[in-house]
Write a protein that binds this ligand. Structure first.
Ligand code: 13P
Length: 281
C-alpha cells in the first residue's frame, strides 16, 4: 500500500485501541525488517528517520526505500522525520514526500518553538503531511532519574501549545529517555494520565528502547498514541553483525551478515509490536 500520513495511522490506532510503533530505520535492511514485522503482526507502523540519519543517508534515499518497503504489505505505513532540527530540515523531508515530520525545538523558548512549529504546520498541512512537536525535555538515558524528571512536560503549557500550533501529535516528557538507561526508568503515570486527559491531540512517548515491558504495557493501556523506538533495533543490528564477524572473520559472506542483521531487527520489532497491540479490539 502507498504511504499514508500520521493522522491516518493514529486514527486506526485509536479505533483499535493500539499504540502505533514509530520505529527508526537508517538503511534498506532495517526498513525491510520493520515493515515485515508490521506485516506479520497485522499492525500499522510509522517508519521514521532520525535527523542525523537524514543527514547521513539523504531524505530522498530513505523515502524511496520506505516507499518501496511499504508496498510489500497491506498494512498502513507512514514515513516520518524524527526530531527535525529546523524548519529547513522539515521542509526537505516534506519536499521528499515524507508523510509526517517532527519539529523538535523543545530546547528553545516557548514563543520560538510555537513560531517555528507553526511555520512547519502551515507548509506540511497544505500538502497533507502530519506534524509532531515536543514540549518538555526528553533527556538522554544516561542521565539520573532526577535530571530526567526535571524536564517533565507541563500539562497547562502543553494544552496551549497544541492550540497555538495546530500540530497533529505531541511528544511529552514523562520519565522515558533516549538510548540505554543507566537506571531503571521511573515513569510518571499520574502526569501521563493528566496529559492524556487535557491535551487535545494524540500523545507520543519517546525512548521506547529498554523500557521494561510492563511499563510499556501500562502506557499502551492508558492510551498513548505513538511509541518511538530506535536503540533496541540499532543494538540488534550491530549485535548480529558482530556475531557473524566474530564467527567468520575475513571469510564473512556479506549476504549472510546483512540477513542476520535484518532477522535480528525483525525479531525485536515483532516483540515490541506484541506489546503495542496487546489490547487490540
Ligand atoms: P530510543 O532510541 O531510546 O528507543 O528512543 C527513540 C526515540 O525516541 C526516537 O525519537
Amino acid at each position: 500500500m502507498a504511504l499514508v500520513n500520521y493522522n491516518d495511522v493514529l486514527a486506526y490506532a485509536k479505533e483499535h485501541k493500539i499504540t502505533v510503533g514509530a520505529f527508526n530505520a537508517m538503511n534498506m535492511e532495517m526498513a525491510q525488517a520493520l515493515i515485515s514485522a508490521a506485516d506479520k503482526k497485522n499492525s500499522p507502523l510509522i517508519l521514521q528517520t532520525y535527523h542525523a540519519h537524514v543527514d547521513y543517508a539523504g531524505a530522498d534515499y530513505m523515502q524511496a526505500i520506505t516507499d518501496v518497503a511499504s508496498r510489500h504489505t497491506d498494512m498502513k505505513i507512514a514515513m516520518g522525520l524524527d526530531h527535525g532540527r529546523s524548519f529547513e530540515q522539515a521542509k526537505l523531508c516534506c519536499d521528499n514526500h515524507y508523510t509526517g515530520v517532527m519539529i523538535d525545538l523543545a530546547s528553545e523558548n516557548y514563543d520560538y518553538n510555537v513560531k517555528e512549529t507553526r511555520k512547519v504546520v502551515e507548509l506540511a498541512h497544505a500538502r497533507g503531511i502530519s506534524v509532531e512537536a515536543e514540549l518538555g525535555t526528553i533527556s538522554d538515558a544516561d542521565r539520573s532519574i532526577e535530571e530526567i524528571a526535571s524536564g517533565y512536560t507541563d500539562p497547562v503549557m502543553a494544552k496551549s501549545f497544541v492550540k497555538d500550533t495546530n500540530i497533529d501529535c505531541l511528544a511529552v516528557s514523562i520519565g522515558t529517555a533516549h538510548g540505554m538507561y543507566k537506571y531503571t526508568p521511573k515513569i510518571n503515570f499520574e502526569l501521563l494520565g493528566t496529559l492524556l486527559q487535557d491535551v487535545p491531540c494524540p500523545i507520543v512517548v519517546h525512548g521506547g528502547s529498554n523500557t521494561p515491558d510492563e511499563e510499556v504495557e501500562h502506557m499502551v493501556k492508558m492510551g498513548i498514541a505513538k511509541l518511538n523506538v530506535g536503540t533496541d533495533f540499532f543494538n540488534a543490528y550491530i549485535g548480529a553483525v558482530s556475531k557473524v564477524l566474530d564467527e567468520k572473520g575475513k571469510k564473512t559472506d556479506i549476504i549472510e551478515m546483512m540477513a542476520a542483521a535484518r532477522n535480528a531487527v525483525e525479531e525485536v520489532a515483532m516483540r515490541k509490536l506484541d506489546i503495542l497491540t496487546k489490547f487490540r479490539v
